[in-house]
Design a protein around this ligand. Structure first.
Ligand code: CMP
Length: 143
């Protein structure tokens, strides 16, 4: 079953949107198999966003993602990587479709509330950065 890494960023946590984000994924039918509230260290932030190193916004991105707690999660389901990105919406919240999380709650790219892996390769990498294998709880749904 496909897995993806989803993170409610510091702005989402500050705005009390953790429960709302979880509900959007749950009602779609995806299954959370790991989740934790944590503060991202400088080292972890640099590793997580290493593809953006050298870009003009990298400093702001580092400062922001380490500025307060995030809620890191792993979600599982059929095509969950693309499915999650549809629920989250476009990177720029002003361009994100209404009905998506960013489309409904965001205004600017650098405070876009939620992160979702963009490929199978990045989901494996990001899950491995934030969670130990034994923290992933796979289980069968009763219904
Ligand atoms: P995310 O999905 O977490 O992946 C990389 C992040 O970089 C992205 O969301 C944005 O929050 C941020 N980002 C991308 N482009 C810009 C930009 N031009 N200015 C500031 N932040 C950006």
């Amino acid at each position: 079953m496909q897995k993806t890494f989803i993170m409610v960023k510091p702005d989402g946590v500050q705005r009390n949107l953790i429960g709302h984000v979880i509900q959007r994924f749950e009602r779609k039918g995806f299954q959370m198999i790991a989740g934790k509230l944590m503060v991202v260290s400088d080292e972890l932030a640099k590793e997580h966003y290493k593809e953006h190193e050298g870009k003009s916004f990298f400093g702001d991105l580092m400062g922001f993602i380490t500025s307060g707690p995030v809620f890191a999660m792993v979600w599982e389901g059929t095509n969950v990587i693309d499915g999650a990105r549809h629920i989250i919406g476009a990177t720029n919240p002003l361009e994100a479709t209404p009905g998506t999380i960013r489309g409904d709650f965001g205004i600017v790219t650098h405070r876009n509330l939620v992160h979702g892996s963009d490929s199978e390769e990045s989901s494996k990498r990001e899950i491995g950065l934030f969670f130990a294998p034994e923290q992933l709880v796979t289980y069968q749904k009763a219904v």
